[in-house]
Design a protein around this ligand. Structure first.
Ligand code: ZN
Length: 350
C-alpha cells in the first residue's frame, strides 16, 4: 500500500510535508520515529514503515523520545466523518450522492459536514464527488489509495493551520499514484507548430498530453517514459484533427480548442486547472490571484507548482498565469514560448 521508495526519500530528506503521514521503525533499536526526526538516519535495510503510530506500537516498536511520534493524535470525530464521507463518495464514483444522504451515513448535520469537508479538503463534497466522477482519480480509486491521494493533494501547499492539523490527524497513507498506464492505449501525433514541435497524445477518453519542444524524437521518448506500461502508438484520424485545431489556435486562427481531456489530478490541481480555463484569451492572472479565486489565498506557490504540473499545454492555459507585478514567471515548456504565446494572444484580441 505504501510506496516505500517515496517514504524512504521523505526520511532521508526529513521532508516536513510527510510529518504525520507515516512513521518508520528501526529494527535494531525497536524505536519508531516521524520522518522529520532529528536523530541520525538509520540504514535502509533495518527500516519498516507504518501508516500510524498505533500500527508501529502493535508491531512491537517504542515511540522515539526525541520526535514523539505518538503525539500524532488519532482522528477527531469531525475529521473521521470527513474521511468516511470521502470513502463513501469514492466507492460510489460515477453515481451522485446527496449531501443529506452522506450526512445520514457518517453522522452529524449536512451543514457541518459541508463545512468541515471544505475546511479540511478545500473542496465541497459535491466538488470532491465531481473529481471522482470525472475519473481523474480512476486508478487511485481502483487500488484504494484514491481518497488519500485526493486528501493529500487538497491540503498540499497550504500553510493554514487547519491543513497542518488535518495532515496530522487524517491518518493519510501517502499518495501512490498509479503510474505506467497498464492496459491503456495512448495514441500520439507530432507536428511542427509556431511554438516548435508539438506532441498531442490521447487515450480513448480524451487528450492526455500536449507537449512542446525542439526535438520530436525527445518528445516521443518523454511520452513513452510517462506511460511505460501502456500501448503507445502513432496517432489516428481523430488525433490529427485535434492537433490541427490546436495549431490553428496557436496561430490565432481559432478560439480556445475545447477538447475532451483525460488528465489525472489531485483535487487541488483540479481546482487550479479549472480556474485557469476561465482566464480569457489575451488575459493573464497572477499566481496569487488564482490562489485567491480558489479560496486558498496563501497557496500561490502551490498554484505555481500546479501550473508546472499541467500535462496538457495550451488546453489548460497555464501560460496565462504570470507573477504579481507582471514578471512572466516560469513555463514548463520554456519562457520564450510563454512570451510568444501571450504576445500572440494579445495581438489577436482585437
Ligand atoms: Zn525520533
Amino acid at each position: 500500500m505504501l510506496d516505500e521508495r517515496m517514504l524512504w526519500t521523505a526520511v532521508t530528506t526529513r521532508d516536513p510535508k510527510w510529518d504525520g503521514m507515516f512513521v518508520y521503525g528501526v529494527a535494531s533499536t525497536r524505536i519508531f520515529c516521524r520522518p522529520t526526526c532529528p536523530s541520525r538516519r538509520p540504514r535502509r535495510a533495518g527500516v519498516r514503515f507504518f501508516a500510524t503510530p498505533e500500527s508501529a506500537s502493535e508491531a512491537g516498536f517504542r515511540a522515539c523520545r526525541r520526535c514523539r511520534p505518538s503525539d500524532l493524535a488519532s482522528a477527531e470525530p469531525a475529521i473521521a466523518r470527513v474521511r468516511r464521507a470521502c470513502e463513501i463518495i469514492a466507492r460510489r464514483s460515477g453515481r451522485a450522492v446527496s449531501l443529506a444522504a452522506l450526512a445520514r451515513q457518517v453522522g452529524g448535520s449536512p451543514y457541518h459536514l459541508q463545512r468541515t469537508f471544505r475546511t479540511l479538503l478545500g473542496v465541497s463534497p459535491r466538488e470532491y464527488a465531481e473529481t471522482c466522477r470525472l475519473g481523474y482519480l480512476r486508478a487511485e480509486l481502483r487500488n484504494g489509495d484514491g481518497v488519500s491521494a485526493a486528501v493529500y493533494g487538497a491540503g498540499y501547499g497550504s500553510s493554514s493551520r487547519v491543513y497542518e492539523k488535518s495532515a496530522r490527524t487524517l491518518g493519510m497513507t501517502p499518495a501512490t499514484y498509479a503510474r505506467g498506464g497498464a492496459g491503456e492505449h495512448v495514441h500520439f501525433v507530432i507536428t511542427p507548430s509556431p511554438l516548435g514541435q508539438m506532441l498531442v497524445a490521447a487515450t480513448p477518453r480524451g487528450v492526455c498530453r500536449v507537449k512542446l519542444g525542439d526535438d520530436a524524437a525527445a518528445l516521443e521518448r518523454e511520452l513513452r517514459a510517462e506511460y511505460p506500461a501502456a500501448q503507445v502508438a502513432p496517432g489516428d484520424d481523430r488525433l490529427s484533427a485535434w492537433i490541427a485545431r490546436i495549431v490553428d489556435f496557436v496561430k490565432g486562427e481559432s478560439p480556445d480548442p475545447r477538447l475532451p481531456l483525460d488528465v489525472r489530478a489531485t483535487a487541488f490541481q483540479w481546482r487550479v486547472w479549472r480556474e485557469l480555463q476561465k482566464i480569457p484569451r489575451g488575459m493573464t492572472r497572477s499566481y496569487a490571484e488564482i490562489a485567491a479565486r480558489i479560496g486558498a489565498p496563501t497557496a500561490a506557490r502551490a498554484v505555481a507548482r500546479a501550473c508546472a504540473a499541467n500535462p496538457v499545454a495550451l488546453l489548460i492555459p497555464c501560460h496565462r498565469v504570470v507573477q504579481t507585478g507582471g514578471g512572466l514567471g516560469g513555463y514548463h515548456w520554456g519562457v520564450e514560448r510563454k512570451r510568444a504565446l501571450l504576445a500572440g494572444e494579445r495581438g489577436t484580441l482585437a
